[in-house]
Write a protein that binds this ligand. Structure first.
Ligand code: GAR
Length: 222
């Protein structure tokens, strides 16, 4: 087991140690619309997710996600990539802000920047990501377009732990949707997004309840 996957298990143990009523502190990174953030906030408000969003950070000053956070009374911060000398300095600044909010689990929700080793090492095994494809198919940008161009009949979304590769870490949960003959990128993305909004809060809940165990590439739900 690598240091990073041990970290995932440690996060789960820490959450479990916090007890059934413990609330895992989430730090959400988002670059845009923030509908996954909204789904997480709503799951928490509805009592379906024993967690709290401690802070939302964005690399875009005008990200709708920041507005959604403020509306929910959550700390929302723009961290300006231009104000830092390169990716490593920016990654360190992000990690510093998340630590200032005592974040236990980093949740990437439409965050469109690659995170380097300086960030990964600050949160070993404690970063999750949602991607709009059934990984390992179609990693990277425009996953829904890639699926349509390839001609697959089933698409979907994946929640996974983040490792040093591109969309390559251990898979926590997946959901599938059909690809219809008259689909375009927007209609397929919308069908997948509906599943994302269900799947992401569910995966975070499992982690918060200490029920997620990582062994190598495999994630076991207890
Ligand atoms: C979501 O579909 C998410 O899966 C995708 O961006 C969208 C963000 O929407 N992420 C990626 O493609 C990451 N590679 P949101 O801002 O409304 O949550």
């Amino acid at each position: 087991m690598s240091t990073r996957t041990e970290g995932a298990a440690a996060t789960a143990r820490a959450a479990a140690a916090a007890g059934g009523g413990g609330r895992l502190r989430l730090g959400v990174l988002a670059s845009g619309r923030g509908s996954n953030l909204q789904a997480i906030l709503e799951a928490i408000a509805a009592g379906r997710l024993p967690a709290e969003v401690a802070a939302v950070l964005s690399d875009k000053a005008d990200a709708k996600a920041l507005e959604r956070a403020r509306q929910a009374g959550v700390a929302a911060e723009f961290v300006d990539p231009q104000a830092h000398a390169g990716r490593e300095a920016f990654d360190r600044a992000l990690a510093e802000r998340l630590n200032a909010h005592a974040v236990q689990l980093v949740v990437l929700a439409g965050y469109m920047r690659i995170l380097g080793p300086a960030f990964l090492d600050a949160f070993p095994g404690r970063i999750v990501h949602i991607h709009p494809s059934l990984l390992p198919a179609f990693p990277g940008l425009h996953a829904q377009r890639q699926a349509l161009e390839y001609g697959v009949k089933v698409a979907g979304c994946t929640v996974h732990f983040v490792d040093e590769g591109l969309d390559s870490g251990p898979i926590i949960l997946q959901a599938a949707v059909p690809v219809l003959e008259d689909d375009d990128e927007d209609s397929l993305a919308a069908r997948i997004l509906e599943q994302e909004h269900r799947l992401y809060p569910e995966a975070i809940r499992l982690i918060a309840e200490g029920r997620v165990e990582v062994q190598g590439r495999r994630v076991y739900i207890k």
